[in-house]
Ligand binder design. Structure first.
Ligand SMILES: [Zn+2]
Length: 293
């Protein structure tokens, strides 16, 4: 992807290095209160103390490891900004207002309105606080799972999560949630598949418009995105884990379906209600076999 001219989003919150055992009781970074008072009485500059505290807290909170990811954080931030531009435009065209989501970068565990978020869960969106959560280490996992963590593969991951935010604003998530506890587990899984495939499609719609606006895609980009989508289908993940493939347990769709909808979104760029409703009206067995004109 050609991203050097792109702007970073202002909506990224960096929580890396927070919440670990070393951060607890960091206090004033090893400076005693008495020491500080003596320092100030002797005419010391308070700023020096603040600098020292910040330095020590930085060291305690593991900012060293966080820095290694900074190129990735900048990339994610630029992708987030591109999603803001695209979805603001799409919502405006449909007479709606887009509310930008926050994206939280974290390590290990973090608090969310949806309960404790953990790296092992992979990137996720929490409708309760309208925030996307990602541990950047996931991209290494993505590479292991799919054979790629190239630019557009990573952008697809972010755009898919932002897709869940779009679904939340448009009311699709609520539609699915309202069925929880009222239908069978299997029926609930099917609704989840519909929602996840719609998020893949929305990631594609984003790619279509981001490229139209900013000419960010380069040869090989789309292929890496499709490879990633294909690599995280439920069937492939179950096989990869050495388990039997059980379609009734699918929550995200097959490799073929995920690839199909990302690709279709990239080709159509159509986020109209009529097209998005298709995901909840098409017979389940037909999902991914064809798409309305
Ligand atoms: Zn998802």
């Amino acid at each position: 992807m050609q991203m050097s001219d792109e702007t970073e989003s202002e909506n990224v919150e960096d929580r890396r290095g927070m919440g670990g055992p070393m951060a607890v009781g960091g206090g004033l970074g090893g400076l005693s209160i008495i020491g500080i008072i003596i320092f100030l009485i002797q005419g010391g500059d308070p700023k020096q103390i603040l600098d020292k505290v910040q330095q020590q807290q930085g060291a305690q909170q593991g900012h060293v490891s966080a820095k290694q990811n900074d190129a990735e954080k900048v990339f994610v931030s630029k992708v987030l900004h591109l999603t803001e531009d695209v979805w603001e435009e799409q919502f405006r065209e449909q007479g709606m207002r887009y509310k930008k989501p926050k994206l939280v970068v974290f390590n290990g565990v973090t608090n969310t309105a949806c309960g404790q978020g953990e790296s092992a869960m992979g990137p996720f969106y929490c409708p309760g606080d309208q925030q996307v959560y990602i541990d950047l280490d996931f991209f290494a996992e993505l590479r292991k799972l799919t054979g790629t963590s190239a630019d557009f593969a990573r952008a697809y991951v972010i755009a898919h999560e932002v897709g869940h935010h779009v679904q939340n604003l448009m009311g699709y998530s609520q539609k699915v949630d309202s069925q929880r506890g009222r239908v069978s587990k299997e029926a609930m899984n099917q609704l989840s598949v519909r929602l996840e495939l719609q998020a893949d499609y929305l990631a594609g719609v984003w790619g279509y418009h981001a490229n139209k606006q900013k000419k960010i895609l380069e040869p090989g980009d789309i292929e890496s995105g499709l490879q990633a989508a294909q690599g995280i289908g439920d069937d492939k993940l179950q096989q990869g884990a050495g388990r039997a493939v059980r379609p009734e347990s699918f929550t995200h769709g097959t490799s073929k379906q995920r690839e199909f909808f990302l690709k279709t979104g990239l080709q159509r760029g159509d986020a109209s209600k009529k097209t998005l409703d298709y995901f909840f009206t098409v017979p389940y067995e037909r999902l991914g076999r064809d798409f309305p004109e």
